[in-house]
Design a protein around this ligand. Structure first.
Ligand SMILES: C[S@@+](CC[C@H](N)C(=O)[O-])C[C@H]1O[C@@H](n2cnc3c(N)ncnc32)[C@H](O)[C@@H]1O
Length: 209
């Protein structure tokens, strides 16, 4: 994603009511950010926020949290989402997710995640075992991940890593745009939807309790 530097990014984020400050104070208590106990869905790598804006309108009975690591990108999201009551944003690297999130997430979305194509970059992929083991600690019930990407390499990798990690795959599509699956477009998807097929998967891991 192209990152244009926003000059007063820090000021915008400091003054935004949708950005969660001192996020580690809310670990295990994310519901208090919303003032209700509705289910919480998380998007990692939310970019400029189009997906969360559309989802928040489609599903008003769900609370959404977006994670994004770059201030300048989050500023764009703030402009769109500032007055949306069921969305909050954490500005952070998802590698540190367990500092701020306990077992309180119902569904995780990974939309057009960075592919990190080189073998030595594998650990940075959001569907590597590294990240999957972190996700084990954030779900209220059975881990549930929904992913979409135009990157064939990352998709093939994720089908394998999720299966080998114990997830069951369902609703796999190699052409999301021509399927019946409902998944609002992200800003990245809008740019590439006519050039590339969009791949989609849903994965669930059943935990013995
Ligand atoms: C290719 S962009 C896609 C953005 C958006 N999901 C979309 O589809 O338009 C990937 C985004 O994920 C973010 N990202 C990648 N790895 C991340 C991490 N470890 N923690 C937080 N954000 C991350 C990047 O900063 C970038 O904004």
């Amino acid at each position: 994603m192209r990152i244009r530097n926003v000059k007063n990014a820090k000021e915008i984020l400091d003054n935004s009511k949708i950005i969660v400050k001192d996020a580690s104070n809310y670990k295990g208590k994310l519901s208090t950010l919303f003032g209700n106990n509705k289910p919480i869905h998380l998007e990692i790598g939310m970019g400029k926020g189009d997906f969360l804006l559309a989802m928040s309108k489609l599903y008003p009975n769900i609370n959404f949290i977006g994670i994004e690591r770059y201030d300048s990108i989050v500023c764009r999201a703030c402009q769109k989402l500032e007055d949306v009551s069921n969305v909050k944003i954490l500005v952070m690297d998802a590698r540190n997710i367990l500092d701020v999130i306990g077992k309180e997430i119902d569904t995780l979305y990974l939309n057009f995640s960075d592919p990190w194509p080189k073998k030595r970059q594998e650990k940075r992929r959001l569907t590597s075992f590294n990240f999957l083991s972190l996700y084990d600690n954030i779900f209220t019930g059975n881990p549930h991940i929904i992913m979409k990407t135009d990157n064939k390499g990352l998709f093939a990798y994720s089908l394998t890593s999720l299966s080998e990690y114990g997830y069951t795959l369902k609703n796999v599509s190699l052409d999301l745009e021509h399927s019946e699956i409902i998944s609002p477009r992200t800003e990245y998807q809008r740019k590439f939807k006519d050039k590339e097929y969009i791949n989609y998967l849903e994965a669930v891991k059943v935990i013995d309790k």
